[in-house]
Design a protein around this ligand. Structure first.
Ligand code: NAP
Length: 486
């Protein structure tokens, strides 16, 4: 197979601003690494504040014409993006694996998921509606008009280098907004490739701008401080989300915040254990556990604890670890060494407090940032991994004896993104759905992500929704006119 880097020509490893691919000021660049080998795979432009503001100039200049472009035309350009992405999915998937480390099968899944946002929002672009009604007291009419909010700034994480950007760019364009995306410094290549694909698909200059940088703080602050920016959408940690919310407050920006999670996966004694095992494997191991909705805590009701644990540990132990581009690999490299160290410390902390390791738990030597699939039992409530996001292939199993007990434990966190419940009893499932403090719940399913469903958290997991009809509303202001009509 050819080098995955061949798909992104050197001239496209630069900033995408307006109609140009250009160097950063001072021709600064930074290196991107393959996390499975530590090898440098590319140098990309390292933007400073002046480059970020140039992208905002381009987005602001393009705004009026894009907002005035017919919904049908915007829809067609999103459909064209969906088509090109789908046709080139293998190239995109290999690039994702190379810069981020996930196995190729997972990367293919991400491309299919990311592309689907373009198809979904192509369909939503032509369904934006206002309304016209008589005021309750009579005498005049109320006309509501949805209007694009304006130029948007997007800050995205490294764990889904395509999909986290697609989830923002597609609805923004559908609504008539222009965009500037700052991808994570560890995975800038996929977003540059997406910008290239959108250029090929015919999206006009200035509508999609991409600024890669190692100076996220400075560049994003400058963008948020500029009054031309009208919206911030951020996906990343709760910690950085709080910082950006404070900055966004100065200009009273619209914000969508997709932040961290700490999902509980609950297996009830009446569950179909085959279904629960499949669900737990997906919820824990999709994207190597480097997912905001990953099962961070697995609670199993006492009567089935032993059987579930033995079968789950067997499946975790059978997974093969290696370079994501190699055949038959289930678990690729983690993003960096800091991540491996953090996970290793969380495992050590749990073991110090009395947990037992059933599978894995040993940090391997050698190049690349690997950690083996790991299962821990007898994890005490005060283990740090039950509060911190593990963000890796480590599964703590905790037993429970009553629904009240497990719901109290599941809710005892600042986060509220996703949860999972496995039970054959519909009423029991619905009681969980009503009492668990999460934005999303998988019932007898380990996967909740779907472009046609509203993705988002409650509590400190975020504000706003991505995907679904709600996703486009995040990019629309509703204004109204009162019309005198006695
Ligand atoms: P992160 O450290 O918060 O970084 C996310 C993005 O913010 C990156 O582009 C980063 O740039 C940028 N950034 C960091 N500090 C910044 C600052 N002071 N000002 C402006 N931008 C800044 O998160 P991550 O480690 O990339 O991603 C993992 C986190 O994302 C986890 O907490 C996960 O749960 C969350 N996540 C949430 C969702 C969701 O939908 N709720 C989805 C995926 C991930 P650099 O790369 O240059 O640092």
């Amino acid at each position: 197979m050819s080098d995955p880097m061949n798909v992104l020509a050197p001239e496209h490893r630069r900033l995408r601003i307006g109609d140009a691919w250009r160097d950063a000021a001072g021709a600064a660049t930074f290196a991107v690494e393959d996390p499975a080998t530590g090898r440098i795979i590319a140098e990309v432009a390292d933007a400073g504040v002046v480059d970020g503001l140039a992208a905002l100039d381009a987005a602001s200049k393009a705004m009026a014409e894009w907002a005035a472009t017919s919904p049908r035309k915007r829809s067609e350009l999103l459909t064209a993006t969906y088509r090109v992405l789908t046709e080139r999915s293998e190239e995109v998937a290999r690039l994702i694996t190379l810069e981020m480390g996930k196995p190729l099968a997972e990367a293919r899944g991400e491309v299919a998921y990311g592309a689907e946002f373009f198809r979904w929002f192509a369909e939503e672009a032509v369904r934006v509606e206002g309304r016209y009604n008589t005021a309750p007291a009579g005498g005049y009419r109320i006309l509501t008009v949805p209007r694009p909010v304006g130029p948007c700034v997007f800050v995205t994480p490294w764990n889904f280098p395509l999909a986290m950007g697609a989830r923002k760019i597609a609805p923004a364009l559908a609504a008539g907004c222009t965009t500037i995306t700052k991808p994570a410094a560890q995975t800038p290549l996929t977003m540059l490739f997406l910008a290239r694909i959108m250029e090929e698909a015919g999206v006009p200059p200035g509508v999609v701008n991409v600024v890669t940088t190692t100076r996220a703080g400075e560049v994003v602050s400058a963008l948020l401080a500029d009054r031309r920016t009208r919206k911030l959408s951020f996906t990343g940690s709760t910690e950085v989300g709080r910082v950006l919310l404070r900055q966004a407050a100065d200009n009273v920006l619209r914000t969508s915040m997709e932040l961290g999670g700490n999902a509980a996966l609950i297996v009830c004694a009446d569950a179909d254990l085959d279904v629960a095992l499949d669900g737990a494997m997906v919820a824990k191991m999709r994207n190597l556990g480097e997912s905001c909705i990953a099962a961070n805590r697995i609670y199993v009701e006492e009567p089935v604890r032993e059987e579930f644990t033995a079968r789950f540990a067997k499946r975790m132990g059978a997974l093969s670890v290696g370079h994501g581009l190699d055949d038959g690999v289930d678990v690729g490299a983690l993003i960096d060494e800091a991540s491996v160290t953090k996970i290793d410390e969380l495992v050590a902390d749990a073991v110090d407090r009395g947990a037992r390791v059933l599978v894995g738990g040993e940090r391997p030597d050698g190049p690349g940032h690997f950690y083996p699939p790991t299962v821990l039992v007898d994890v005490p409530d005060d283990a740090r991994m039950l509060e911190a996001e593990i963000f890796g292939p480590v599964a703590p199993i905790i037993s429970f004896t009553s629904d009240d007990e497990v719901i109290a434990k599941a809710n005892d966190t600042e986060h509220g993104l996703a949860g999972y419940v496995f039970t054959r009893d519909l009423q029991r499932a619905l009681r969980f759905a009503e009492r668990l403090e999460t934005g999303m719940l998988g019932i007898n399913r380990g996967l909740v992500s779907d472009p046609s469903a509203p993705f988002g958290g409650v509590k400190q997991s975020g504000i706003g929704k991505e995907g679904s009809h709600e996703g486009i509303l995040e990019y629309l202001d509703v204004i109204y006119a009162a019309i005198d009509l006695p």
